[in-house]
Unconditional design. Structure first.
Length: 146
């Protein structure tokens, strides 16, 4: 019977193949994260926004507009990193500001992404969006319910 390990410290062909296979498998564990990073979609941005704002009632159509606006100012990679767990308080604040104001995160873009669905109206529950009907004719004459 032949000696399978002729010298201490040498590696067999089987051992080498096992090691190479293990290294290959370890490198594959990063692919889902990278795939998500390259393809941050509306659902991913919506999930990130829900986590950041701790709110579940966000609208997908607004998220689509916001993601496009962030992509237009080259922040998509930063959003992806944030979605993957990176810490970026400034970017988290930008996301919150966009959702609460309804305004594009691009300082040079004056587009309103949403008006009546901006979260500021939920935060200021004592008022409503301007030019938005609050009830039937003359509803404002009665005091609010307490």
């Amino acid at each position: 019977m032949a000696n399978r390990n002729p010298q201490p410290g040498t590696i067999s062909r089987r051992g080498l193949l096992s090691a190479v296979s293990a290294v290959s498998l370890l490198s594959l564990t990063q692919i889902p994260t990278r795939a998500f990073a390259e393809n941050l979609d509306v659902e991913g941005f919506l999930a990130l926004s829900q986590k950041t704002l701790r709110k579940e009632d966000l609208f997908e159509d607004v998220a689509a507009k916001m993601l496009k606006a962030f992509a237009d100012i080259d922040r998509k990679d930063d959003l992806t990193a944030l979605a993957e767990g990176a810490e970026d308080q400034a970017l988290s604040n930008e996301i919150a500001a966009a959702w609460y104001s309804g305004v594009s995160p691009d300082p040079d873009d004056l587009e309103v992404l949403t008006y009546t669905d901006a979260l500021m109206w939920q935060a200021m529950d004592y008022t409503k969006p301007m030019a938005y009907c609050g009830g039937p004719m003359g509803y404002w004459a009665d005091p609010p319910e307490s």
